[in-house]
Ligand binder design. Structure first.
Ligand SMILES: Nc1nc2c(ncn2[C@@H]2O[C@H](COP(=O)(O)OP(=O)(O)OP(=O)(O)O)[C@@H](O)[C@H]2O)c(=O)[nH]1
Length: 666
């Protein structure tokens, strides 16, 4: 009998109505799964197993520790991590070879739509090499700097990495950043030069770069084309021969690290675990070291790449575990699970992510507050790098101020809220976290500390109550062809950056290091860099603490009323130009009304810029104005909801639309 091993039970149920010709089969020891006549492209991850095959695969005791390899694929954006993962899945027979196998491990809708990986994904591959059965646990990681937290967490479950470098582009900024994450974690690094099929590929040049920048001998590089499958077998061979097996003890009591988790509406929390010691099976009583709560294990299994229940999981293996955790707060990423009455020293867990930008998030309709709260909680279980603080606003009501690792991260989080939880939200203008050292004893008493972090510009304290302001800085790495160096240096200077280093990584490529104020790069620096360098320069950054800065709070007033949501903190030297640009932008975007709208930018009581939106002449619309409400942060044609309001309540609507225009358009 052939059995189709489908996705999660809940997922299969959700998909069933859309599929044609579905029939129900039962996998031994697993939940019922569905078979479908017309497999859709995204289902290319599913595979056919014979019942005998399956029974054998479920027995994870077949893999002694020395036959296990845990590794991640890391690289700069678009250098081919997910494509290499596809080929490895095919070569090991985990998925059938089909033309549809494109970025199979990028399972989220947002990943498929944007063509980027945002979430690290695990797959266990079974591979026969020189007469021995190996278990290869692969983690495909994101390349973009905003998701580097995913990379560092994934590395905690690995002993080695495949460092993929594009044979045409060579080493890029995220290649450097990701290499050092692996290097610091003391992992074996296997350099893989990909895309050798490209016309402009120059693998020898890239080999030399790797030797020069990372001190890895060029003969250790493996040259492949992941797209065509050329030489990918050598990668599997290197994984087995060059990456050590995990150092674990199966006879010790269970010690499992929760390195990721998701929330399933039907089954509760599904925790991805890496076992450092012991064994876990269905029916075991386990305890969370974080909450001290006890649970019974309902299911354990491996991701192959979809959930595949097994009898047990053994130390050295990576898999998933379901234990009836119904509340999202119960499965913390970084938590250690151990057996009931067999406490262990908890594993070190993960450093918490440091948010780089904060933005207010509000339900479009306040009656949706509780639903949005639950959606945010569930999504942050799967994306633990987001921080949450409660917030409220005059125009937008009750909401939250969320901290993200960057703007792309913020956009992706918003898109996932919409796509996975059907939530409609309003996001306010993002800001970076500033600090202020207080001098006012009243404020020190109120905050109970002298140095405060300000994540909402509306709460920026007045200069008279402060000794100094501090702004966050990052150490940026730029890699560019030499011909663009001059222009890029001018751009960096204009962004108040200080050069720290410059090095040629080959004859015509330069690596520049600059200390940037974070607020100078967070919005449009990357776009400017790309357009200056015709797309050839790459950029990555890491946190570098805080520096003293001359900051001022700038208010935007509409007809004399401050719009709290549009308050920004800017550097003193840039206040005038930013204020002017904001007023002009608002003038272009704000719909004309039956009354004149004065738009002003001010610092304290001093007006630094002003624009006016002229009134309509009196007409038939005397009593009503119709304004667009904008909810999409990405889409340029963003009017999705029309609201008709009496002119008396127009101020609130103008504020709201201004708020969204500022964020959408600037
Ligand atoms: N010509 C050629 N193209 C390739 C090769 N490998 C990958 N690509 C293409 O490069 C693009 C990016 O590939 P991905 O596998 O998504 O890259 P990635 O590193 O996973 O991207 P992120 O997850 O977004 O960082 C896709 O269009 C692939 O088809 C290759 O060997 N040759």
């Amino acid at each position: 009998m052939l059995t189709f091993v489908g996705r999660g039970w809940g997922c299969a149920r959700a998909l069933a109505p859309r599929a044609t010709g579905a029939s129900l089969l039962v996998v031994p020891g697993s939940r019922p799964a569905l078979t479908f006549g017309a497999a859709r492209e995204s289902w290319a991850t599913d595979r056919l197993y014979s019942a005998a095959d399956l029974k054998e695969k479920l027995d994870m005791s077949r893999f002694p520790v020395e036959n296990i390899r845990n590794f991640s694929i890391i690289a700069h954006v678009d250098h081919g991590k997910s494509t290499l993962a596809d080929r490895l899945l095919e070569l090991t027979g985990t998925i059938d070879k089909t033309k549809n196998n494109k970025q199979v491990l990028d399972k989220l809708q947002v990943e498929r739509e944007r063509g980027i990986t945002v979430k690290a994904q695990t797959a266990s591959l079974f591979h026969n090499y020189e007469g021995k059965q190996y278990l290869l646990n692969l983690i495909d990681t994101p390349g973009h700097v905003d998701f580097s937290y995913e990379v560092s967490r994934s590395l905690a479950a690995c002993q080695g990495v495949l460092l993929v470098v594009d044979a045409n582009e060579g080493i890029q900024a995220q290649t450097v950043a990701n290499f050092f994450l692996a290097f610091e974690a003391q992992l074996s690094v296997i350099p893989v030069i990909n895309k050798i099929d490209l016309k402009n590929a120059d693998p020898e040049r890239v080999e030399n770069q790797i030797e020069k920048v990372f001190d890895i001998p060029s003969d250790e590089c493996i040259k492949i084309s992941a797209k065509l499958g050329t030489n990918v077998e050598s990668v599997l061979q290197a994984v087995i021969e060059r990456i050590p097996p995990p150092k674990v003890h199966r006879k010790n009591p269970l010690r499992a690290l929760v390195f990721d988790s998701t929330f399933d509406h039907y089954r509760g929390v599904v925790a991805n675990v890496a076992l450092f010691d012991g064994v876990v099976s269905k029916g075991d009583k386990i305890v969370s070291a974080h909450t001290q709560k006890t649970y019974e294990v309902n299911e354990v299994g491996v991701l192959n790449p979809n959930e595949q229940p097994t009898h047990k999981l053994y130390a050295g293996q990576v898999g998933y575990l379901i234990a009836g955790m119904k509340d999202v707060t119960e499965a913390q990423i970084g938590d250690t699970l151990h057996l009931h009455k067999q406490p262990v020293e908890p594993l070190p867990g993960f450093k918490s992510a440091k948010p780089m930008v904060f933005a207010g998030i509000y339900p479009v309709d306040q009656s949706e507050y509780n639903n949005l709260k639950s959606a945010i909680e569930k999504l942050t279980l799967n994306d633990s790098s987001v921080t949450i603080h409660r917030d409220s606003s005059l125009a937008l009501g009750a909401g939250w101020r969320l901290g993200f690792l960057g703007l792309l991260h913020m956009e992706v989080f918003n898109q996932r809220l919409e796509q996975e939880y059907n939530a409609s939200v309003i996001l306010t203008t993002p800001t970076v976290p500033y600090k202020a050292v207080l001098s006012s004893s009243k404020l020190i008493k109120e905050y109970r500390e002298k140095e405060i972090t300000i994540i909402n510009p509306a709460q920026f304290p007045d200069k008279s109550k402060v000794t100094e302001y501090l702004e966050p800085v990052v150490l940026g790495t730029i890699i560019t062809p030499d011909e663009y160096t001059g222009k890029i240096m001018m751009l960096c200077q204009a962004r108040r950056a200080v050069q720290k280093n410059m090095m040629f990584i080959d004859q015509n490529r330069v690596m520049l290091k600059y200390l940037f104020p974070l607020n100078e790069i967070v919005v449009d620096f990357y776009d400017s860099l790309k357009s200056l360098s015709s797309g050839y320069a790459s950029f990555d950054y890491e946190d570098a603490g805080y520096q003293t800065a001359e900051l001022v709070k700038m208010d935007i007033l509409l007809n004399g009323n401050t719009v709290e949501e549009l308050v920004t903190v800017v550097h003193k030297d840039k206040a005038h130009s930013i204020g002017k640009a904001m007023c002009e932008r608002l003038k272009d975007c704000l719909p004309r009304q039956l009354f004149e709208i004065a738009i002003q930018a001010s610092i304290g009581s001093k007006i630094i810029a002003r624009e006016t939106v002229k009134a309509y002449r009196k007409n038939v619309l005397a009593k009503c104005v119709s304004l667009g409400i904008f909810t999409s942060i990405q889409n340029k044609a963003f009017i999705i909801l029309e609201k008709t309001v009496k002119s008396g309540s127009a101020r609130k609507i103008i504020e709201m639309s201004a708020l969204r225009i500022i964020w959408c358009g600037c």
